[in-house]
Design a protein around this ligand. Sequence first.
Ligand SMILES: Nc1ncnc2c1ncn2[C@@H]1O[C@H](COP(=O)(O)OP(=O)(O)O)[C@@H](O)[C@H]1O
Ligand SMILES: Cc1cn([C@H]2C[C@H](O)[C@@H](COP(=O)(O)OP(=O)(O)O)O2)c(=O)[nH]c1=O
Length: 287
Amino acid sequence: MPTRTPPHAPDSAESTEKAPANPPAKPRRTAKPKTVEDTSAAKPAPAAPKAKKPPAARKAATRAKAAAPATGRFITLEGGEGAGKSTQVRRLLERLQAAGIDAVGTREPGGSTGAEIMRHLILSGAAKPLGPLAEATLFAAARADHLDATIRPALARGAVVVCDRFADSTRVYQGALGNVDPRLIAALEQVTVGETRPDLTLILDLPAEEGLARAAARSGQGADRFESEGLAFHRALRAAFRALAESEPERCVLIDARGTPEAVEEAIWQAVSTRLKLPSPRRRRRT
Ligand SMILES: Nc1ncnc2c1ncn2[C@@H]1O[C@H](COP(=O)(O)OP(=O)(O)O)[C@@H](O)[C@H]1O
Ligand SMILES: Cc1cn([C@H]2C[C@H](O)[C@@H](COP(=O)(O)OP(=O)(O)O)O2)c(=O)[nH]c1=O
């Protein structure tokens, strides 16, 4: 079961990794520690392992969950490398939790036990020779597990789920940039995401050079599968995310990510509080 602490969340004060830190500890990627920007951050926790039902029962339960009206809110953050997504996921979670709201942080690829294993496989570059089509299906498989194990249960209990990347990353990286047939991308999204579409998507927008410089300063070690693409790739990524924001203005808000972390946090809070009716704060238990 996911806990009220995030199954993944962005950097913790103590950790130099973006990866979720506790049990089981998951490497964020093969080798890419990050420096930590905000030392007051709450420590994120990975999805707790849960007892697996038999596949048929699990599928039926998932279908029931997917059909049940979700009372929570689903927020995703998207954008290029180093745009500040994980920093801002953490800050948004802190704000929501400080307001007494049940908020869960998670990430893609990853966010559940099975998906974290796939994250390692994809970001190591092991699947790169198979091409963008294979990568798109791997991301989709990881997403199916993530939705099933973490996102839908949290939404069903009324939590706000804040996710660092989601299906828009597949549209942009594998679709727009990888030239995977848009019909396949849409079909994968239909079967994995279904009705569990984000209520709000915040697209952090930053010149590619700045994002890469931030990511390089953060990592200290080798770039991962996608960071190691050239500048032209990252410029095209930015353009594709901007085009996506323009094409779905009801769901997406473009956030200028060039400011200080505080300024970006404020812009995000504005968007969240004006666009979404947030759930009521949890009642505190009397002791
Ligand atoms: N607004 C900002 N201005 C300057 N540096 C930032 C800002 N937001 C984040 N950073 C730093 O940039 C690096 C990348 O941020 P991160 O949140 O990990 O980006 P992403 O998750 O989008 O790849 C980190 O070292 C982080 O501390
Ligand atoms: C979720 C997802 C991520 N990706 C890529 C984007 C990132 O380069 C990488 C995720 O690594 P991550 O370390 O989370 O990147 P970042 O710090 O920029 O958020 O996987 C896809 O190509 N498709 C997807 O569907």
